[in-house]
Design a protein around this ligand. Structure first.
Ligand code: FAD
Length: 433
């Protein structure tokens, strides 16, 4: 008999909770990864995230083969069909995995668990990608916090109480199934090609953490950690990141990690907010939703340099600086009155670090429709944002080569008019109640 460890968004051999537990058993462990057709069918053939996942799995495969004569089996298909195949090919005792908190993932896991149960196969899932999940940080009287600051304070209180457990899966890899001839697909087998976009390494040095509060707001420098994609796919162990952040004198960085957990808990409690406003009155906003204007926003040709620089950075690199995500998001929802869901869907296609909970959270925050969001009457002024955060226009010039020449277009909409139009439109929605 074998145990299966099902990799999803935890692509590492070390400090992996589910893998650690699987490897503790008497049976050998077969690691598997499923390229899920439900997800992949929606993506372009050169999707950078698929390339990244693929290369991370190959790295792990190589390490397992060289050191232990074992490997990772890769499959392409619908998860329920793949599990049929796995359970036909191997005598499986139990399946181990790490929990995933998105609505689709809950549904998928429930189906697989039920299927395995029929066959008498156990299903064990573990907390790996967060410190606290679901109801683990809640109000004294019970229930989820709807405001970030008290959630963050409670998170820190709870964090002090827990012991720093380690899950040294890397020390037990000799217990992976020794069989190097496991199914292995190429990108081409799945109809994909290698993307030209690479995921940069993250950085987390001590002096970086101390200076982060200042550097994080300057989009022209490498002043943020670039951890987001690694956290999304689990190519970094989250516990060590949090320990490091918690030991820094300045807590700003830790607070950002707590925002990530806050939004995950919100999506867990309110999965319906994946496509409706957290505050339902805002679903009555009369969006203009002009397709041609949306196109200008997407292609970085709005005539607002800070917005265009951000949209071009996203298109070229699959990443955008947080400050600029707020500026372009606010511009779309408020200056153009385009539904935040359009922007959310576009980011979902483009971002390497796309994370449903943070993306929905971020978009509802800029639109003013979300939990603990910016008030609707706060309309970011792209010009004063530029003065504050890109005074010397280094970021703008980096992404807009024609900036300052007469080929750069005029602003597509006048700021003052757009601001007033936005306030009237939002007011009309709010007034209805
Ligand atoms: P750092 O500044 O180094 O932060 C470290 C980590 O903290 C990040 O990797 C991330 O995990 C977390 N974090 C930081 N800021 C936030 C935040 N506001 N909300 C939640 N977590 C945060 N982040 C995503 O990971 N995926 C998304 O799809 C996403 N969509 C966003 C959409 C909008 C409209 C906005 C305003 C923000 C969005 N964010 C998203 C949050 C934030 O912009 C990114 O996490 C950050 O830019 C990633 O770069 P970094 O790792 O260098 O960040």
């Amino acid at each position: 008999k074998v145990n299966v460890f099902w990799y999803r968004r935890d692509l590492r051999l070390h400090d992996n909770v589910g893998l650690f537990h699987a490897l503790q058993e008497d049976e050998a462990t077969l690691p598997v990864f499923i390229f899920d057709k439900y997800i992949l069918d929606e993506l372009p053939e050169d999707d950078a995230r698929v390339s990244f996942i693929f290369s991370e799995i190959q790295k792990m495969r190589n390490e397992l083969q060289e050191k232990y004569g074992s490997s990772i089996a890769t499959y392409y298909g619908y998860p329920e069909e793949v599990f049929k195949e796995i359970t036909q090919d191997f005598d499986v005792k139990a399946v181990f995995t790490n929990r995933d908190y998105e609505p689709y993932a809950y549904q998928r896991d429930a189906n697989i668990k039920a299927y395995l149960a029929e066959k008498g196969i156990e299903f064990h899932d573990f907390k790996d990608q967060v410190i606290f999940e679901k109801n683990e940080v809640e109000k004294n009287e019970g229930g989820m916090y709807l405001v970030f600051t008290p959630y963050m304070k409670q998170w820190k209180k709870e964090f002090k109480k827990i012991s720093a457990d380690t899950f040294n899966s890397e020390n037990r890899l000799h217990n992976t199934l020794q069989n190097s001839r496991l199914p292995n697909l190429s990108l081409g087998d799945m109809g994909f090609t290698k993307s030209s976009i690479e995921v940069p390494d993250y950085h987390l040095e001590d002096d970086f953490l101390e200076n982060y509060e200042e550097t994080r707001n300057i989009p022209s420098i490498n002043g943020t950690s670039r951890l987001s994609t690694h956290l999304r796919f689990g190519t970094v162990g989250y516990r060590e990141v949090v320990q490091k952040a918690a030991s820094a004198k300045n807590e700003t960085f830790l607070n950002e990690l707590i925002w990530r957990e806050f939004y995950k808990a919100i999506l867990h409690h309110f999965p319906e907010t994946q496509n409706r406003a957290f505050k339902p009155i805002y679903d009555d906003i009369k969006w203009r939703n002009d397709e041609a204007e949306f196109e200008k926003w997407k292609t970085g040709t709005t005539g607002y340099p800070i917005v265009d620089a951000g949209m071009r950075q996203l298109d070229k690199t699959g990443w955008m600086h947080n400050r600029i995500r707020m500026v372009v998001g606010s511009f779309l929802c408020k200056h153009l009155l385009i539904d935040w869901r359009w922007g959310e869907a576009y980011f979902a296609k483009k971002l390497l670090d796309y994370e449903m909970a943070s993306n929905i959270g971020g978009w509802q925050w800029v639109a003013g429709t979300g939990v603990d969001a910016a008030p609707y009457f706060r309309v970011f002024n792209p010009y004063s944002q530029t003065d504050k955060f890109d005074k010397d226009k280094k970021y703008i010039k980096k992404w807009i080569p024609e900036y300052g020449t007469n080929t750069y277009q005029e602003p597509m909409v006048e700021h003052k008019m757009a601001r007033e139009r936005c306030l009237e439109t939002y007011k009309a929605a709010v007034k209805k109640t």
